[in-house]
Design a protein around this ligand. Structure first.
Ligand SMILES: Cc1ncc(COP(=O)(O)O)c(C=O)c1O
Length: 397
């Protein structure tokens, strides 16, 4: 598969400044996305915010079509929300739960989601259960199947967890959820934009996504998908005059489409720019992106394993663009800081972001190097060479 790396880098001005392996934090925006963002803000400054929104109506609407095309749903099943967490929350907190109702999740579940489970469990008496992993370190589909009974009200998992390189078997989970008729909420925050994510193929009923990670959109953007058949039965935890209409002194009507989960006031520039970022990803092709990202990440893992003292901690049958590792005797935060001095960006994942997984593996902090398609083989070399020069023997870290 030929990938036009030169073009990808040319269209990404940040590539000239930094070696960016923090794409699972926030990827570098392509120029076309920053232009869309800045142009709309300029328009707001020039003609007024409301007037700019009116003039940009088509671009805003287009964003819904782009998101729908990306995940294989209808535009009416999309809500734009300011981040993946709030998108996920809007779906989760809409679900009616009662004492004894079971929520099944995965071991590598993300902290914000788990905190929400704990809060709702405390308030409603529902029970949250993490399904164990299989021998490959991904959610055990068999254990999930065995856990199903008539009290399970929700299956909610993270597709690509915060760290660990893992891609959970989302479609196998979807088949179980469908057979049992249980709503299925997928946190696709870190998979969206780095691989094809199709809600029909996966079989999820709700899905949350962020803009700034692999989609390469602006910060403070995200979206929620809710299947049409579920929409009507989910009343959002917050309503405003965009989500609902005040039809009589003592009555309101919630709108029919997924925009019932949105706010009236919103970041129009961000929404337009996210639409452009999605179009841009679609133009590259999600299969091509996945192939490129997984190949780069596999190469990075292989190179890191050659370095003495480095341990790669990734899991799963299928692995993605996220590579996590530790260096013997070195604090991940210190490694991050030292790399930053060389204009190399990585992040650190701490235990509390995926506590069940990290505790089970006896890990505290990890360095997370996450690649995107615009990264190059040369950057992988430079990354590993830099790590070597700041090696314990080299005494720099
Ligand atoms: C698995 C997962 N879900 C959700 C989120 C939260 O996304 P956002 O910051 O857009 O709310 C993250 C962020 O790192 C994440 O890793």
């Amino acid at each position: 598969m030929i990938f036009d790396l030169q073009r990808a880098r040319r269209e990404t001005p940040g590539c000239a400044n930094v070696l960016h392996f923090n794409n699972a934090g926030a990827a570098l925006m392509p120029e076309i996305v920053t232009d869309a963002l800045v142009n709309h803000i300029q328009l707001e400054a020039q003609i007024g915010g409301y007037e700019a929104a009116e003039r940009a109506h088509e671009s805003v609407e287009h964003a819904y079509h782009a998101a729908a095309a990306l995940i294989g749903c209808a535009p009416t099943e999309i809500a734009f929300i300011e981040n993946a967490t709030r998108a996920w929350d809007m779906a989760f907190y809409s679900l009616p739960l009662a004492p004894g109702d079971r929520i099944l999740t995965a071991t590598a579940e993300y902290a914000s989601n788990y905190i929400a489970y704990l809060q709702v469990a405390r308030k409603t008496g529902a029970i949250v259960e993490a399904i164990p992993n299989d021998d490959h370190g991904q959610l055990s589909v068999e254990a999930l199947r065995r856990a199903i009974d008539e009290r399970v009200r929700l299956i909610a998992i993270t597709h690509v967890p915060t760290n660990g390189g893992l891609v959970n078997p989302a479609a196998a989970v979807g088949r179980i959820a469908r057979e049992a008729g249980i709503p299925y909420l997928l946190d696709a925050c870190q998979s969206i934009g780095q691989m094809p994510v199709d809600v029909e193929a996966i079989g999820c009923d709700m899905l949350s996504a962020t803009g700034r990670k692999y989609l390469r959109g602006p910060r403070g953007t995200g979206f929620l998908y809710v299947r049409r058949t579920l929409l009507e039965s989910l009343e959002p935890p917050f309503l405003d005059m965009h989500a609902a209409e005040w039809v009589a002194r003592d009555r309101y009507e919630v709108r029919e489409d997924a925009r019932r989960f949105e706010n009236w006031e919103t970041n129009y520039a961000g929404k337009i720019a996210l639409g452009v970022a999605i179009e841009y990803a679609l133009a590259w092709g999600l299969d091509a992106i996945k192939h490129r990202v997984t190949t780069l990440a596999a190469n990075l893992r292989a190179r890191l394993r050659e370095l003495p003292g480095v341990e790669v901690h990734d899991l799963g049958v299928e692995r993605c663009g996220i590579v996590t590792f530790t260096v013997e005797g070195r604090e991940p935060e210190a490694i991050k800081q030292t790399l930053a001095e060389h204009r190399i960006n990585v992040s650190v994942s701490d235990r509390s972001s995926t506590r069940l997984d990290m505790e089970a593996r006896g890990l505290s902090d990890l360095v997370r190097a996450s690649v995107h398609y615009y990264n190059s083989a040369e950057e992988i070399e430079r990354f590993c060479e830099t790590l070597k020069t700041v090696w314990p023997g080299g005494g720099r870290i």
